[in-house]
Design a protein around this ligand. Structure first.
Ligand code: SAH
Ligand code: SF4
Length: 362
């Protein structure tokens, strides 16, 4: 079937076959790729509007008990200097974001499950809720936890959670992680979060060694089946100090970037009213990557508000941008970038996805 016909079906919100979505991800003709982005942008305007919401992200700690083969801060990377930002500093940063009218923030770390850590997060959440009068939205991205812990954090004020499934191809998942990392448990965590009332975000990496476009379409079907509210995803980028670097022989940054954008576009066309982030990984591969992400259908930007001194130690992948920038610079630069594509910033708002609103209004 012709690309144009598939796109037209999606624009009319008609059912499509998996093979048709695979065909869209496989497009290589430049003009057709532009048509795909244009159509996704149209659906974005219809469903979420030409507004980019900011989520200031604090990379609070690179301590991690996990050993994912692709990640630069994995437990076994002895070259990383580990840090943990203090509670006071995290709360101060949160209040800076609030003063900038960011509306919402993300707290992200490597994974830790010990009581000292989980209690510290609870205290931080309570303080942010208190000091911002409950106005600053908080998304957590702190990995796999017990239902009790997720519940405690929810009650302390967190209302969104990001936990990428990374890939829904079970076999590929086991090739990317040590044997004690469980795909099943990760899915289970998404279910726990949903049950507790969180807005749930997930995502995958694109262009992983051994991953096919059919796998990516299965990922999109998974987002649909799990009724996901938000998507945070990006191309896989090699980190030289990781085991996966040896397997990524045919790595091509341009191809990774294009696949990242195509995945955003197909998700927007197929899932329609979810929030989709234009992640930093896109900018790592292309200086205007995040703007292009917004133009391919994304509607969320996550400015880095981590103090500059920590940024070098939080490199999940090589070539992470803005390592020398301060939070103020990130804000100015991003505002200009959003102006440049004629969109506005959703200041002072939580910016829930219409998808979440619809499912909770039922
Ligand atoms: N520890 C938490 C959150 C921090 S990692 C967790 O794993 O959920 C956040 C995300 O970074 C991961 O979900 C993964 O998708 C992404 N990431 C890690 N290494 C990467 C790489 N080499 N290229 C692209 N994304 C990567
Ligand atoms: Fe740790 Fe997350 Fe990196 Fe895995 S992806 S090693 S859990 S920080």
């Amino acid at each position: 079937m012709k690309t144009k016909t598939i796109i037209e079906k999606l624009l009319a919100n008609k059912p499509v076959e998996k093979n048709e979505l695979i065909a869209l991800l496989n497009i290589s003709n430049k003009a057709e790729i532009q048509e795909l982005y244009k159509a996704a942008y149209q659906v974005k305007i219809e469903t979420v509007g030409p507004v980019a919401y900011f989520r200031g992200i604090v990379e609070m700690s690179n301590q991690c008990i996990k050993d994912c083969y692709y990640c630069g801060i994995r437990r076994s990377n002895a070259e990383v200097e580990r840090y943990l930002i203090s509670e006071d500093e995290v709360v101060q940063t949160a209040m800076w974001a609030h003063a900038q009218r960011y509306g919402s923030m993300v707290l992200q770390t490597g994974e830790r499950q010990d009581n000292q850590f989980t209690a510290m997060i609870e205290r931080i959440l309570l303080r942010i809720r208190d000091e911002s009068n409950g106005e600053l939205g908080v998304t957590l991205s702190l990995g796999e936890q017990s239902e009790d812990v997720y519940n405690t954090w929810f009650n302390a004020g967190a209302h969104r959670y990001l936990l990428r499934i990374e890939t829904t191809n079970n076999k590929l998942y086991s090739q990317l992680h040590p044997p004690d990392h469980s795909f099943k448990e990760r899915v289970n965590c998404l279910k726990k979060l949903r049950k507790l009332g969180y807005q749930v975000g997930t995502g995958v990496m694109q262009g992983l060694p051994g991953q096919t476009t059919a796998d990516l379409v299965d990922d999109i079907m998974f987002f649909k089946e799990m009724d996901i509210d938000m998507i945070g995803m990006g191309p896989f980028i090699v980190h030289e100090q990781t085991p996966l670097a040896n397997e990524a022989e045919n790595y091509n940054a341009e191809r990774q970037f294009e696949l990242g954008l195509k995945m955003i576009a197909v998700c927007r066309l197929f899932l329609r009213d979810v929030n989709i982030a234009a992640t930093t990984a896109l900018q790592a591969l292309n200086p205007t990557g995040r703007e292009l992400g917004l133009q391919a259908g994304a509607n969320i930007i996550m400015p880095n508000i981590t103090d500059t001194k920590y940024r070098k130690a939080y490199q999940l992948y090589d070539g992470k941008p803005c390592l020398e920038d301060s939070s103020g610079m990130c804000k100015g630069c991003l505002s200009k970038r959003i102006d440049s594509i004629g969109e506005t910033i959703g200041l002072g708002k939580w910016g829930d996805s219409p998808h979440f609103k619809k499912r909770t209004d039922k």
